[in-house]
Structures are given as structure tokens and as C-alpha cells.
Design a protein around this ligand. Structure first.
Ligand code: AP5
Length: 207
């Protein structure tokens, strides 16, 4: 089964993808996490990825296409893809690569997106996501055990989030209509509700 999770910044793509991956024993792959790892380990694309991320722009298609092609080949039995596709080119690529079972589209307004991102923290090792002020001692222990530090993402400034949202509305949101026209199984979910309610709504709509 292949599930794609789409939505604006802070809509909870990573949060819901983790929960679905646990439930269905699938692999959650985030292109954002892979690109951040590329920077952290000073990989071949470090400079271009860092530059795009710091400006809130999309990283060139060819880098992401290559990443996702490998991931789809490896995990096609059970994959939740978070953060790809984001451009019309990527949408066409993924349809060429594989059959998609569900496309979950998480809907929130920009104001909620900026507010959520301003409170987000992440673990540098296991990529877990937290809300500032709501981190438990167990969360900290788990991240210390995995060797990760809990930090604020460099691109999580209000200015950067606004740039990412602009790119989302211009380049990524039109893909949802494209997928509907292509008769793909698109599930639209109100992502302004609490995390568990959004999750239950996704499960209900997936039937
Ligand atoms: P990426 O890492 O994917 O970032 P993003 O798209 O900006 O999405 P976010 O991670 O900000 O949001 P999310 O929806 O996952 O929210 P989360 O679950 O964390 O990409 C980063 C960059 O990489 C891009 O800008 C681009 O440069 C590049 N890139 C990546 N993929 C690319 C591609 N395919 N092509 C080109 N470039 C690419 O939740 C956010 C916060 O809200 C958390 O604190 C969470 O706890 C909280 N929260 C979640 N749900 C709820 C809820 N229902 N109620 C209350 N709080 C909630």
C-alpha cells in the first residue's frame, strides 16, 4: 500500500504519517527529513539543499525525484510518503513510478500553520515532532537514548514559514485538483481539529 500525505506547513503531515505508519506497520518517509540529513552529514547536495531550505524554496526536482524513486522501489509494500510531490512535475513523476492507494490532503488555514510551526520542536535523531511546552520527561529520555537533541528547526521562523506557505499555495495545492482529475483516491480532511480527531477522521475516510 502506498499513501501520500499532503498539506500546508504545520498541517500535521509528519504527525499523522507517524501514527498511520505505526498502525499499519508501514515505513514513513519524509523528503524534508532526508534533505535535512543530507545537510547534517555534509552530503553531495548540502549547499543547494541548505540554500533552498533557508529561503523557504523547493529543492530542485531532480534531487527529490532520485530520492523518491529509490524509496518507492525499496518500500512499495508499505510506504507513507510525506512531502512529495510538491510540484506538478513531481506529481506526474509519482504517477509514473507507482500506483497510489490514498492521497490524504490535510487542510488548515495559514494563521494556524504559522502558530503551530512557531511552537514546534524536533529530535535531530529520530525526527520526532513536539509542541513547545508539552514535552514530557519520557520524550526527552527517548531522544537522549536515540542520541538526538531536541531543537527548533532552522527554517521554522515566521518569515520562512510564510515563504513556504506561498510556495505551497502556488506550486503544491494545484496538485490536489490534478490528482482528482486523474481519478486518484483523494481524501480531504479538516486538520484544524486535535491530533487524535484528525487521525480518526483519516481512518474513517480510508474505510
Ligand atoms: P518539510 O520538512 O516537509 O517541511 P514542511 O513542508 O514545511 O512541513 P512541516 O514539516 O513544516 O509541517 P508538517 O505538516 O509535517 O507538520 P508537523 O506534523 O511537523 O520540508 C522542508 C523543506 O524541504 C521544504 O521547504 C523544501 O525546501 C524541502 N523539500 C521537502 N520535500 C521537497 C520536495 N518534494 N520537493 C522540493 N523541496 C522539498 O506538525 C507541526 C506542528 O504542529 C508540530 O509541533 C505538531 O505537534 C503540531 N500539530 C500537528 N497536528 C496538530 C493538530 N491537529 N493540532 C495541534 N497541533 C498539531
Amino acid at each position: 500500500m502506498i499513501i501520500i500525505i499532503m498539506g500546508p506547513q504545520g498541517s500535521g503531515k509528519g504527525t499523522q504519517a507517524d501514527k498511520l505508519a505505526d498502525k499499519f506497520d508501514m515505513i514513513h518517509v519524509s523528503t524534508g527529513d532526508i534533505l535535512r540529513d543530507e545537510v547534517q552529514r555534509h552530503g553531495k547536495y548540502e549547499d543547494i539543499v541548505k540554500e533552498c531550505m533557508n529561503k523557504g524554496e523547493l529543492v530542485p526536482d531532480k534531487i527529490n525525484d532520485a530520492i523518491v524513486k529509490k524509496v518507492v522501489e525499496r518500500y512499495k509494500k508499505g510506504l507513507i510518503l510525506d512531502g512529495y510531490p510538491r510540484s506538478m512535475h513531481q506529481a506526474q513523476e509519482i504517477l509514473n513510478m507507482t500506483k497510489i492507494d490514498y492521497i490524504v490532503s490535510l487542510n488548515i488555514d495559514d494563521e494556524t500553520a504559522v502558530e503551530r510551526i512557531s511552537k514546534r520542536l524536533i529530535c535531530t535523531s529520530n525526527h520526532k515532532v513536539f509542541i513547545e511546552g508539552k514535552i514530557t520527561k519520557e520524550d526527552i529520555k527517548e531522544c537522549e537514548d536515540s542520541g538526538g537533541k531536541i531543537i527548533k528547526r532552522e527554517d521554522d521562523t515566521p518569515e520562512n514559514v510564510k515563504s513556504r506557505l506561498k510556495v505551497y499555495h502556488e506550486e503544491t495545492a494545484p496538485i490536489i485538483d490534478y490528482f482528482k482529475k486523474q481519478k486518484q483516491n483523494v481524501i480531504e480532511v479538516d486538520a484544524t481539529k486535535p491530533i487524535n480527531e484528525v487521525y480518526e477522521d483519516i481512518l474513517k475516510l480510508m474505510n
